[in-house]
Design a protein around this ligand. Structure first.
Ligand code: PLP
Length: 393
């Protein structure tokens, strides 16, 4: 059977982790893999999650099947988190998924069923997994201009012109906040222009919201989705709890739909669940139940929000500190964009050869396109890092 196959290419980022682990230098820095780390380099379990897990352990009496949509309390709470408490829930659908990836893949299956072979437009660049996930569901992909490497900013006019090449009915994938890998995001004014273009040209928005709470706060990060919901008649959203609840390995996220009316919610929702049924039947429960316990309890929610806010502010301080250090050492404003960006990643905008030198000469590990994990920075190593970066320029 398997003699027809050749080995799949190794995952570049996971490969980098192996190299890092085997590097004996004590001063090495891991800025590769996309998980939040605190100042000691640990990815801790959030206090509210720990407490919710304890409550779950004490109260759960059965492990019987829940259903294809997962935990209904979780689904409602997640809709509120994304769309706000005053949203029109009659037009919204949510089902629990295995992480944000599970949401993207299941929604891709749904879109493929609704409009076979439709083209999904991706920002250039985008998260490395987007195109493979969409293609696996039989969708086509194309790309629109997004990031200007020279300035570290969004090329908004080119983005709008690029989107005009999409055909009526095409799908436009947008990062809801904290663009991965660039960290460069649209302003709300720009989101409004994009929303108008989507309506004028009858394009379908597919929003990936994997980092709500990591940019400018939970509500501000959801503002683009809420703005779109007021403007467009239909959209799909893939959310993830991996980062903002720090439950990466437990695999929980949600696929959401905004539909024209309550009847189409029923139809599209049932097809989304059918897509789940034939892939993995139903989602894993544990972390979704913990997230539901947190979001249904005022005190636990406040505790979770506080810890998330600490994480967000830490990343903002690191951004500012690193940009300041680079400004001093390079005697230029070339890297000022790092402080303006939001989320867990930015791209330094250096060459792959320079990235290799940082790894070989200084034990500084980042992805080949010079994407670095802001949360991997250490407050007391920013000067060393800035000096090393400037020395390879
Ligand atoms: C842009 C983006 N979307 C989706 C995901 C999926 O996250 P997960 O499947 O781990 O919840 C990630 C994770 O790195 C991401 O960066």
């Amino acid at each position: 059977m398997f003699e027809t196959l050749t080995a799949a290419p190794p995952d570049k980022i996971l490969n980098l982790s192996v190299l890092f682990r085997n590097d004996p230098r004590p001063e090495k820095m891991d800025l590769g893999v996309g998980v939040y780390k605190d100042s000691s380099g640990a990815t801790v379990i959030m206090k509210a999650v720990r407490e919710a897990e304890k409550r779950l352990y004490d109260s759960q009496t059965t492990k019987t099947y829940l259903g294809m949509g997962g935990d209904e309390g979780f689904n409602k709470a997640m809709l509120k988190l994304v769309f706000g408490a005053d949203a029109d829930f009659s037009r919204l659908f949510s089902a629990q998924t295995a992480g944000g990836t599970g949401a993207l893949r299941t929604l891709a299956e749904l879109l493929s069923k609704a409009r076979p072979g439709v083209t999904v437009w991706l920002s250039d660049p985008t998260w490395a997994n987007h195109a493979p996930i969409l293609k696996a569901a039989g969708l086509r992909t194309a790309s629109y201009p997004y990031f200007d490497v020279a300035t570290g900013k969004v090329k908004f006019d080119e983005m709008i012109e690029g989107l005009k090449a999409a055909a009526q009915g095409d799908v436009i994938l947008l990062h809801g906040c904290c663009h991965n890998p660039t960290g460069a995001n649209l302003t709300l004014d720009q989101w409004e222009k994009v929303a108008r273009l989507l309506v004028e040209r009858d394009l379908f928005p597919f929003v990936d919201l994997a980092y709500q709470g990591f940019g400018d706060g939970l509500d501000t990060d959801a503002a683009p989705v809420r703005l779109l919901a007021k403007t467009v008649s239909e959209m799909a959203i893939a959310t993830s709890c991996s980062k903002n609840f720090s439950v990466y390995r437990d695999r929980v996220g949600a696929m959401m739909l905004l539909c024209k009316d309550a009847d189409s919610v029923k139809i599209a929702g049932s097809q989304a669940l059918m897509a789940t049924r034939v892939m993995y039947s139903m989602p894993p429960d544990h972390a979704a139940a913990a997230v539901r316990i947190i979001l249904e309890d005022e005190a636990l929610t406040a505790n979770w929000r506080m810890e998330l806010e600490e994480m967000r502010l830490r990343m903002l301080n690191l951004r500012k500190g690193f940009a300041d250090a680079l400004r001093r050492h390079s005697n230029s404003d070339r890297f000022d964009f790092i402080a303006e960006h939001r989320g867990m990643f930015s791209r330094l905008g250096i060459t792959e050869a320079q990235v290799d030198r940082l790894r070989e000469e200084f034990g500084i590990y980042m992805v080949g396109d010079s994407r670095f994990n802001v949360a991997g920075l250490k407050e007391d190593r920013l000067e060393d890092l800035a000096k090393a970066v400037v020395s390879v320029l």
